[in-house]
Design a protein around this ligand. Structure first.
Ligand code: ATP
Length: 305
């Protein structure tokens, strides 16, 4: 069985005016994944996605899609790939249906695909309306219909919910989630919103200032938020001494001793050591960082998302 990743970049770099906007990025996306590409505005998401599609020439590094080098197999690869990057392009004076027909003929695709994609993106009832008169959400759905028209193996969507209202966001999210199983697709979806990615993606890449800071499953990202146990006590320096004698080296934060994750039995044991050392324990608390905290911690708290 062929198990090469659907996307594999090696040291992918794009430099503008001497600054690396995408900096030695090694991405790996496996078949059937919904890969959430997450990062603040200006992090380098769009530039990376454009390099995956051959729309921007890398300064350095390689892109392989479906196990083949993009630069040597461009047409073949792009025939299996659908994308929606930045705002959808369409003819405003043509209806949604006519826009799809233009593309279907241009790419010699089966005519029946048009009805299918109109149904998938729920534009059947608006097919005869000029696309220029569509609402923002409808335009976005038309863009998605165009990206889906060839039923590609790989779908690349750059911030597909940008500018949509909550109902529209929910619809697109559900649609994205349904595609891999229904149509055997692999999806890359970028966003600057953790909540977006958290609800749709099976794996995630976090990029900031052109650097890939994390890549892995959602579950692996979650493990970065291991629980901490806090003991609130009356005499921190005495407590540290008592604990040090038993081999414990907690972090001291004001009147709290902070430990890493531990079993209940160990919590009891530490409590016992403290109490028998005449230390008053007034509270034992478990804390866990939210995914948002992890994301902010990785990308830098000072920047707004
Ligand atoms: P956003 O969500 O705001 O679109 P992004 O993560 O997609 O952000 P990019 O659009 O990839 O970020 O931009 C990354 C950086 O590269 C930005 O600082 C941007 O100004 C710069 N950049 C992008 N394209 C060009 C270009 N053609 N010439 C010069 N600089 C560019």
């Amino acid at each position: 069985m062929n198990t090469h990743p659907i996307i594999e970049t090696k040291q992918l770099t794009k430099t503008y005016g001497g600054t690396s906007r995408v900096d030695h990025v090694n991405l790996k996306v496996q078949k059937g994944e919904i890969f959430g590409f997450l990062g603040p505005n200006g992090a380098g998401k769009t530039t990376t996605l454009k390099m995956l599609l051959g729309l921007v020439q890398p300064t350095k590094g390689t892109v392989k899609l479906f196990g083949q080098e993009l630069r040597n197999h461009r047409l073949e690869i792009l025939n299996r790939t659908g994308s929606l990057i930045e705002s959808p392009s369409y003819y405003g004076h043509l209806t949604g249906l006519e826009n799809l027909r233009v593309m279907q003929r241009l790419r010699s695709l089966p005519a029946k695909n048009i009805d299918k994609v109109l149904q998938i993106v729920r534009l059947e009832n608006h097919r005869h309306k000029p696309a220029g008169q569509y609402s923002l959400g409808m335009k976005q759905r038309l863009g998605l219909a165009m990206a889906l028209l060839a039923f590609p193996s790989l779908l690349i969507l750059d911030e597909p919910t940008n500018g949509l209202d909550p109902a529209g966001i929910g619809e697109i999210r559900e649609l994205i989630k349904s595609l891999p199983a229904q149509y055997d697709m692999t999806i890359v979806v970028s966003s600057h919103l953790l909540s977006e990615i958290e609800q749709t993606a099976t794996s995630v890449g976090i990029i900031s200032e052109g650097q890939l800071l994390f890549q892995g499953t959602m579950a692996a990202l979650q493990t970065q938020n291991q629980a901490k146990i806090h003991f609130q006590i009356n005499d921190p320096s005495a407590a540290v001494k008592v604990l040090a004698a038993q081999g414990y080296r907690p972090i001291m934060q004001e009147r709290r001793l902070v430990f890493g994750p531990m079993q209940d039995s160990e919590v009891s044991r530490i409590n016992e050591i403290l109490v028998s050392g005449q230390i008053e324990v007034s509270r034992i608390v478990e804390s866990r960082k939210s995914l948002e905290d992890i994301f902010l911690g990785l990308t830098g708290k000072e920047r707004s998302l």
